[in-house]
Structures are given as C-alpha cells and as structure tokens.
Design a protein around this ligand. Structure first.
Ligand code: NAD
Length: 295
C-alpha cells in the first residue's frame, strides 16, 4: 500500500483565494482592508523567512501588513509600548509578534499583553481558554491548519485514536484541544514519554511536532493511518526534513503530508483567515458609539 499525499500548498492556495474574495466583497461595502501589524525583533534568519512569507500572503489576499522590524537590543519596555499603541489603534485588526523573542524579553508577558481580539496567532490565554472550553474564536494557526488539512481529506475524527508527539504551547497542546473538540480520542506524547513506538503504532491519526528529523519511524505507522508531519528541520546540506521517515511511512500510511509543502503553507493561510475574522469582529463591535473591546 502507498499513501496519498495531502497537498498543503493547494489547500492553502484555495483558502487564500477565498479570503481575497471576502476582502473584495468587504471593499464593495465600503470597509477598509483588514490590517495586520507584524513585529519582528532581532535577526533570526528563520524568523525573517517566516515573516517574509506571511507578508507575501498579506499581499496576495489584500490584507494590509504594517511591518515593525526592531533591533535585537529593543527593550521589553519599548515592545510593551508598541503593543499598547497597536492594541489601541482602530486602524489595526491583528497583531503578530514573531517568536522567538530575544532572551531578555519575557515572551509570555508580551503575548498576554496583546488584545485577545487582535491575537491572530491565537496564543493568548483567553483564546486558548476558549478553545479548551469548546468555543474557539481565534485559533492557534498551525493546529487549526492541521485540522483544515484533515477536513480536506474528509477525516471523521470520531472513534479514531489521534496520537500527537510534541507538547509545546504553540503546536502540541492546542493540537490536543483541537482533536478533542473534533471528537477523536487523543494521546499526547512528549520528551518524557518512554517507548514512542508503542503509542504511534496504535494511532489512526499521527501528528508529529518535535523538530527532530526522522524521530518517527515508518515501521511504527499503523497500516492505513493518516500522518501529519509538522516538524521542520534544516539539515547541514540546507535541505528541509520533517519528523517522520517519509519513504517508509509512505508505504504504510493512507494519507501523509510532505515536508515542505504540507503543514507549513497552512499556518500562513490560517493566520490570514484569523486576521479577516479579527477585522470582521472589529467592525462589528467597534462602532463609534461602542468602543469597548468585545472581551
Ligand atoms: P518545541 O521545541 O517548543 O517543542 C518540541 C516538543 O517535542 C516538546 O513538547 C518536547 O517535549 C517534544 N519532544 C522533544 N523530544 C522528544 C522525544 N524524544 N520524544 C517525544 N517528544 C519529544 O517545538 P515547537 O515550537 O512545538 O515546534 C516543533 C516542530 O514543529 C519544529 O520542527 C518547528 O520548526 C515545527 N513547526 C512547524 C510549523 C509549521 O507551520 N509547519 C509551525 C510551528 C512549528
């Protein structure tokens, strides 16, 4: 048996097209384009590439991106002042604070400072709390991107065992909440899990988000499983590899994502979608006589 590829690029392209159409329809009603503030602190090369891709997606969809490139030496106070200014601005719908931040800045403190109504990354405890309580609004981009990919292959979720490997705040934990919300039975593995193979071999759906190339062996995959590889690692020869041993997993799975071209483009597409949702919420709730936050 060989797997079928889940084409993240194609699914993301379709979503971006739908967003572009919605933004055009908004403009016909006299609404300004959604506006995304993009904050990048320092010189991390990977972050520069991610930000470039996100700003390019803004251009493709008609979202206005307002770029704030800041030096590595930016102080926490300066960043706080900028976020407060963006929170208060009626011209900004979404705020993207690219991670990781330099070590002298407390990321959690800054993420909590972003107005939840503008939290297009979905990392604010308010938005994670909504997801945990089964009323999601702005959903973390990568996990919701994975759900969108699973929906594209008509995944049924219920009566299916999903095994996630990796328990970070931005991928693994919200992924658990998303799959639980969708109706799957979920197991979450992490660095203290002994014998990963035992869990992975029972999975109908595998989602790996570790960042160690080849950590998930093809031999572990249950025949007919769906395999979603979130991991991205750049090897010394500059090639990009996922967490899953692709060739051997391909022989056993029913569906599998490639790396690159699987989950990566979805993260950006969902960020655009969240920005449009934030803008729609904003225009609904922030009329001239009602300037208080919906939260
Ligand atoms: P992280 O380093 O914050 O978390 C990694 C997780 O892996 C941790 O929870 C850790 O417990 C777990 N882990 C480490 N070693 C393990 C082991 N031996 N067995 C089981 N679990 C183990 O990373 P992250 O930010 O969640 O990102 C994970 C990967 O996903 C990275 O490669 C990152 O580049 C990639 N990523 C991709 C996208 C995308 O859009 N495709 C988005 C975010 C992250």
């Amino acid at each position: 048996m060989s797997a079928r590829l889940i084409d993240g690029k194609a699914v993301a392209k379709k979503i971006l097209g739908e967003i572009r159409e919605s933004i055009f329809a908004r403009s016909q009603q006299g609404l300004r384009p959604p506006a995304l503030a993009v904050i990048l602190v320092g010189d991390d090369p990977a972050s520069h590439i991610y930000v470039r891709n996100k700003r390019q997606a803004c251009e493709e969809t008609g979202i206005q991106s307002i770029y704030h490139p800041l030096s590595q030496n930016t102080t926490e106070e300066e960043l706080i002042a900028l976020i407060q200014k963006l929170n208060a601005s009626p011209d900004i719908d979404g705020i993207l604070l690219q991670l990781p931040l330099p070590a002298h800045i407390d990321s959690n403190k800054l993420l909590e400072l972003i107005d939840p109504a503008k939290d297009v990354d979905g990392f604010h405890p308010y938005n994670l709390g909504r997801l945990a309580q089964r009323h999601p609004l702005l959903r973390p981009c990568t996990p919701f991107g994975v759900i969108t990919l699973l929906n594209s292959i008509q995944e049924t979720y219920k009566n299916r065992h999903a095994v996630i490997i990796g328990a970070s705040n931005i991928v693994g934990r919200p992924m658990l909440l998303e799959l639980l919300l969708a109706g799957s039975t979920v197991t979450l593995c992490h660095r203290f899990t002994k014998d990963l193979s035992q869990y992975v071999s029972q999975a109908d759906i595998v989602v790996s988000a570790v960042g160690q190339p080849g950590i998930i062996k093809g031999a572990w995959i249950k025949p007919g499983a769906t395999v979603i590889d979130v991991g991205i690692s750049r090897l010394p020869d500059d090639s990009i590899k996922g967490d899953v041993e692709f060739e051997s997993a391909f022989e056993k799975a029913a569906w599998i994502t490639p790396v690159p071209g699987g989950v990566g483009p979805m993260t950006t597409a969902i960020l655009m979608k969240n920005t449009l949702i934030a803008a729609s919420h904003f225009s609904l709730h922030y009329s001239d006589d009602n300037k208080t936050s919906p939260y």
